[in-house]
Each structure stands twice: as C-alpha cells, then as structure tokens.
Design a protein around this ligand. Sequence first.
Ligand SMILES: Cc1cc2nc3c(=O)[nH]c(=O)nc-3n(C[C@H](O)[C@H](O)[C@H](O)COP(=O)(O)O)c2cc1C
Length: 318
Amino acid sequence: MSETKWPGPKGMIPEPERNAADANLHNRRYLDELLVEMRVIDAYEPDLTLNLFNETFSSPIMMPAFSHLNKVGIEGRTPMQEYAAAAKELNLVNWVGMEPDEEYESIAREGARTVRIIKPFMNHQMILDQIAYAKKLDALAVGVDIDHVFGKNGKYDVVDGIELGPVSAEDLAMYVKAAGDTPFVAKGVLSVTDARKCEEAGCAAIFVSHHHGRLPFGIPPVMALQEIRKAMPHTKMKIFADCSIESGYDAFKALALGADAVSVGRGILPGLLKEGKTGVIRKVNRMNEELSEMMGYTGIGNLSEMDHSVIVHHGNHL
Ligand SMILES: Cc1cc2nc3c(=O)[nH]c(=O)nc-3n(C[C@H](O)[C@H](O)[C@H](O)COP(=O)(O)O)c2cc1C
C-alpha cells in the first residue's frame, strides 16, 4: 500500500483527496469499469460510416476542438493545421477551438469539414462575428464551449487577455439564430438540466464534456450521456462526447451508451507533436481498428445498431 503523502506547507489536504478533485481521474476509472459482453453469433464485419448533418464521414471518431497549439511544426505548419490535414485525409469531422479568424481560416483551408467552437466571450458581438466568419467559410457547424465560463479563482475567466462571460438560455437562442442554417453545438454539457435548456434554445447538437476537467469532481461525461439519453429519449439533437477517449474501446463504450460520435482529445497529442499528420493518422487508424473489433464481437454491424445493453457495470447491464 502506498503511503499517504502530505503536501506540506502548500496546504492541509492529503494528496489522494487533491487528486480526487481531478475529473479526468474519474473518467478513466469509470470507462475502465465498463465491461462488454460478447454477441458473436450472426456477427459480421462492421461498417463505421457516420452520417452527420447530411454529410458522410468514414468514422464516428472525430478530431478534438483544440486551440493554442501554436508551436510551428514541419515546414512552418502548425499542429492545428496538421490534425486538420489528417481529418481531411481520413474523412473525419474536424473541430477547432479558440482561434482568431485568420488562424481559423488557415486551418479551415486544409479542406476538412470543420466545426468551429467559439469561447463564451463577455462581448457577445465577438461571438456573433466569429459565427458569421465560420459561416462564410462554410463550417460544418459552429458552437460555443459553454463550460468555459469560470477560472480556477471562481471569477469569469480571461483567456489571451479576453474576458469570458456567462451564457444564458437567451444567449444560446441568439447564437442558434445567428448560425441560421448552420447547425449550432453547445459544447460542455454535463447534466440533463443543461441539455434540456440547449434543446429549448434550438441547438442542433450538444457535446457532453467537461473540457478535460474544468469542473472539479465533475462526473464522467459518459455517465452524463446515459442520463441525458434516458431523460430525453426522443431528442432530435445530435449528442457528442469526449474526455479520456483514448482508444477505440473507449470510443465504443461512449457510442454504445448513446453518443452519435466522439472526439479523441489529448490521446492524439503524442503522435501529433512528434510526427504531425502522420502521427494522427496512425493513432486514428488504430482506434478505428479497435472500434471495429469491439463492434464485431458485440454483434453491432453499424452505428445505427449501437446498443447500451452490451455494456456491464459492476455486474449490471446498462
Ligand atoms: C491544448 C488544448 C486546447 C484546447 N482548447 C479548447 C478550446 O479552445 N475550446 C474547447 O471547447 N475545448 C478546448 N479543449 C478541450 C478539448 O476540446 C476536449 O474537450 C478535451 O481535451 C477532451 O478531453 P481529453 O483531452 O481527455 O480527451 C482543449 C484541449 C487541449 C488539450
């Protein structure tokens, strides 16, 4: 048994309790506790095709809504451009987080179908302007990461010197209206309460996420996903999920429990930073293989056949 470590003069909280606040820890534990039963008789090789917003993609594994990866990589290209190029080559949905218009444009020009996620800026006009810019560049969808309002000091956060602010249900409805015929995504939903507000505001999709641990002690997104699916069985909103989706097996569990598609996040970082596009392609190809393996053994032939009852948690079928 490991010894309890005390942080000494920094604080009076024992180390294990401090770690317990890290929501990423709980994602990993929960995902690993989910086991899978086999339904192999009559099973055949699965088809991973994703149909989303009237377009077709080769897999439900999507790129993450990253930002701030400004390190210039091979031949002056940024990691943001490199993973967009991987998305283009693999025909995956690409996502982009907080980037000014010029940077967003240089990423969108890689040609992948891209979703632009905008910060909840205190200045609403900035959000509306960035929505308009994304529309001009034919974004697949636009959205706001509504889970990035507060900083670690409990005040409205400031990123790159720009103040973030609260998001009301009325604000969401305004963004949906500004997006017009481009689907609007609320990224960072972790409760049925918020999911219902998103639906009422007219969001085309929600992204069940806590943004790799913005909320201390946040419940695993895959757990919130099940509650949302149960509470809103007839919702027309698309539901995405992320956080600690590092393998095709993790992706399978989230998809079986009700996600229409998932994003791999920091799982692509080692390959991306070392080898750019090639490293991302290798990672996603492996994840696709793992996903296909799991779907095959559970008798799920395509995404529309996903079934939560193949997942077992502490001996109980979900
Ligand atoms: C370097 C980095 C930058 C990110 N920037 C944004 C952002 O600008 N907007 C956003 O919605 N999420 C952002 N995220 C969060 C991711 O989109 C995603 O929700 C999260 O990384 C998923 O968890 P995972 O890394 O455990 O898979 C960022 C994450 C990282 C690692």
